[in-house]
Structure formats: C-alpha cells, structure tokens
Design a protein around this ligand. Structure first.
Ligand code: SF4
Ligand code: SF4
Length: 417
C-alpha cells in the first residue's frame, strides 16, 4: 500500500466529535465574514476534516483551498462552548493533506531561508542592508515592488530595518538569576532593535541573559503548513539549545505561542519545556521593577494592536498596556477591531495575499480614524504585514514593539547588573 493510500490516524481527529455544530463560532471567523461560504467557517472546516479523516473526501485542490484558507487565528476555539481544540485539528488536517498530496519543493523553499540555517538569515539581512544603502531599495519601491506578495512585505518592513549587531552568548555575566532569550527567525532579521532592547532591559532588572547560538526557528511556519516532521526537528534543536531549567523569554507572541505548545510536537517533554516559555511582556510585567528605573515622559498617542497569538493562545492581551503605562504622558488606545485577525498569520500573508490584504484593510481604516503617532504590536509577523498595508495607504506610522518603546524612554538609565 502506498503512503498516499494509508488511512489517517483516527486519534488525531476524534476531537471533531466534540463539535455540536451550534454555529456560535461563525460570527467570530474572519474568513467566513469575508466569503460567507460555510466551507470557509470553523464549523464547515470541521465537517471537511471529519470527511477527510473518514476517507470520504479526496485530498484535492478544493479541500486544500478551504483548509489552507484558515488563518489558525483560533478565534473560533476561544468562543466554542464545547471546547473543540480547533488549532490542533487544523494542524493535524494539514499534516494529513501534505501526507496524501505533498507540495512541490519550490512552494516551501522560502520557508527554508527564514527558518533554516542562521547563515541563510545572515545573507538575507546583509543583502537587504546592501540594497537599502545602495539606493536599490527605494528605487524598487518606486517601481512597485510592494505589490508583490513576498518581496512587497519584506520591502514594507525593511524600510525601517535597524542597523544593529546581534550578539549571541551571555550578557550581564555577574548578575543572577539567568534567563534565556529566544531570537526567532523573522525577529533576527527584521526586529533586532527589540532583541537588543529586551537584553538591555533584562540586564537593567538584574538578569543574566543567555542567547544560545544553536537555537533555531520555533517551527510555527512548518507546523501550520502541515510539515510536522520539520517542525518537530526544529523543536528538538530548541530543547537542546535551551537545556538549562530557566525561563525562556520570547519577544514575538506567535513564537511564544508555538514554543508554549511544544507538547503537540514532543508530548510530555514538550509540555515541560512549554512551562518555561514566557512572552517577554508577560515576564516583565510580573518582574520586580526598581524605582530607579523611571522611563522619560513621551507626549504621544500609541495605538495598541493585540495579535491573535497574544490574545487567543497566550491569553495575555493586556501586556503591552501594562508595560507602556510605565511611560509618563504616553496616551494608549486599543486599535479598534483588535478581536479580529489582521491577516498576517505567519506565512498566510504570503500564500493568501488577497484575503490577508482584505483583513489588513480594516486595521488600516481603524488606524486612519484613530490617527495615533505610533502603532504598537508584540508580533513581528503582524508588524511586517501592517507596515506594508499602512505604507500602501500612505500612512507613515511607526510600528514598534512595546519593549523597544519602553527601552528608548529609558535611554541614559544605568543598568543594575
Ligand atoms: S466549533 Fe464549537 S462553536 Fe463552532 S460549531 Fe462546533 S461546537 Fe459550535
Ligand atoms: S482559526 Fe480563525 S480563520 Fe480558522 S476557522 Fe477558526 S476563526 Fe476561522
């Protein structure tokens, strides 16, 4: 019997039976709101997954389109009265689709650049810097590169790519206790300022920061694309890199959500690891804060975008507000429509640009109405996606991580360690 003909593992899909088809999740689903098609709703997708698991439907293009069209935003899971673990089900279904109908290698090649070896990320970072400072980058913008799905999004964010050295090793050598800092694939290229700011702030609070050079991408891109073995391989590398029993701090909420749920890839070992994972804002909000650390006032208005991973998986939607309230005079307002996915959703913004742009449009409209000076978000994927959408709309709004903003206001304050 060929690999494609083997039956799916029924244990991976039994949770679909928990769905009572009540439809309470439907008004919360962003893709259903856009298309009005039941097959693009959580209830419809659960029915499709059941049919896939029973072998009643072929793993064809139509089925793949409806299941891959899901953002994995988990808004449906959050409101489901029956506790259907939708996030796990859709990951299992995509793995099953890939098992029966493997994708072309070319479709997945770009994922290797981001999530693969650090050397490839260094080459990408160096190439973008070179293009930017040689004038090629602005020229590409004028020629309309932003209309392209992948390059357009890279261009949108790299406009503000900070020139920053990223160091791996230990900072604050004499300080105790120690924490790990997770760098992540996209943050390592596009948000070095936040990684540096996090290291600096942790040192100021008296922590020894360990940044293991052998760490890898969290595996979210692979996991949500159904490439479970690749995701598992990355998870194993991280378990080895972060071997000491100390907190693992993560600046990007989507990476934190994936690392927190390593039990789905590695069982009990992954669950124990997940308990050590903290989104950096959550950790800092609970950490003792010396009175000597007083951020300078900032007379600006910041809109706070709350990523789905921060709200639906980490269940900590208020961390950015808690951190930024430390800055005197900074006015904070939630970005209207925060309960809806912005359309970034990892590689979704590249693979489903039409839907991703339609969802970003409501965020762009909300930003135009609120007219903030700064947009704050805890997820690098959302930052990239929104940067491009706002630029397309002619809004020159800076997008920044809350830790970065906080540390900018602490400039000149001496580290405690
Ligand atoms: S997933 Fe939950 S909320 Fe949605 S139809 Fe099923 S039982 Fe109802
Ligand atoms: S995860 Fe999000 S996009 Fe997918 S079915 Fe649920 S609500 Fe809809």
């Amino acid at each position: 019997m060929s690999k494609a003909e083997t039956a799916p593992n029924p244990a991976e899909f039994t949770a679909t039976d928990q769905c009572v088809m009540c439809g309470l999740c439907l008004p919360h689903c962003p893709t259903y709101a856009q298309t009005g098609n039941e097959a693009d709703s959580p209830r419809g997708r659960i029915s499709l997954i059941q049919a896939l698991a029973r072998g009643e439907l072929p793993a064809d293009q139509t089925l793949t389109r409806h299941l891959d069209g899901c953002l994995s935003c988990r808004a449906c899971e959050d409101v489901c009265p029956s506790g259907v673990p939708y996030g796990r089900l859709i990951d299992n279904a995509r793995a099953e689709l890939r098992r029966r109908a493997p994708r072309r290698r070319l479709d997945d090649a770009w994922r290797q650049v981001f999530a693969g070896r650090r050397m490839l990320r260094r080459v990408l970072y160096g190439s973008i810097r070179l293009a930017r400072f040689s004038g090629l980058w602005p020229l590409a913008g004028r020629l309309g590169i932003r209309r392209l799905p992948l390059l357009g999004r890279l261009h949108g964010l790299a406009d503000r790519l900070p020139v920053a050295r990223l160091s791996f090793g230990a900072a604050g050598a004499d300080a105790k206790p120690a924490v790990y800092l997770f760098t992540g694939c996209a943050s390592e290229i596009f948000d070095r300022e936040t990684l540096q700011a996090s290291e600096r702030l942790l040192q100021m609070l008296g922590y020894r920061v360990l940044t293991p050079p052998t760490q890898s991408c969290c595996g979210a891109l692979h996991q949500h694309a159904g490439e479970r073995e690749a995701a598992r391989g990355l998870a194993r590398r991280n378990l080895t890199a972060f071997a000491e029993d100390i907190p693992v701090l993560v600046t990007s909420s989507a990476c934190a959500a994936t690392l927190r749920e390593y039990d789905s890839l590695l069982g009990d070992t992954g669950e124990r690891f997940g308990r050590r994972v903290h989104e950096i804002g959550e950790f800092l909000a609970a950490a003792p804060w010396p009175e000597s650390l007083a951020p300078a006032a900032l007379d600006r208005r910041a809109a706070v975008h709350v990523p789905c991973s921060q709200r639906r998986v980490l269940h900590a939607p208020d961390v950015a507000f808690a951190l930024l309230r430390r800055i005197p005079q900074l006015e904070l307002a939630p970005l209207p429509g925060n309960d809806r996915c912005c359309g970034a959703a990892g590689s979704y913004m590249i693979e489903h640009p039409k839907m991703a742009d339609a969802l970003a449009a409501s965020k762009v409209g909300a930003a135009a109405e609120l007219a903030p000076d700064i947009l704050v978000t805890t997820n690098i994927g959302c930052a990239m996606h929104l940067a491009r959408a706002l630029a397309e709309d002619g809004q020159t709004l800076e997008i920044v991580h809350p830790v970065t903003l906080l540390v900018r206001q602490l400039a000149g304050t001496r580290a405690r360690a």
